[in-house]
Design a protein around this ligand. Sequence first.
Ligand SMILES: [Zn+2]
Length: 110
Amino acid sequence: MTNQTQQALVYQTDNSLQAHCIKGLLLQHGITAQLSGESLFGAIGELPANIQIEITVEHSEQARALEIIEKAMHSQQGQDWFCPQCGEKNAASFEVCWQCQTEKQENNND
Ligand SMILES: [Zn+2]
């Protein structure tokens, strides 16, 4: 009953959109992240402001997750991009749309 998987903190933000973005990013790398406070959210679109969100992963994947996040944060070379699916603006470092998880279209590189 107390046999929960040990979770390790990898990122903390009060920006729920960013939190979901990072969660999607990690998922792309096969890492399932959990957002604390996510259960407080109602339907997407009614995100309360000023809630500190903690992103956690399984303890064994913490190092990898941190690496992925750090790499994403530092690879801001590209331009912000607009999702072809929903039109939302996304930071260059993210591979999927934060809103609808549509993959970024690689038109600029290669
Ligand atoms: Zn989208």
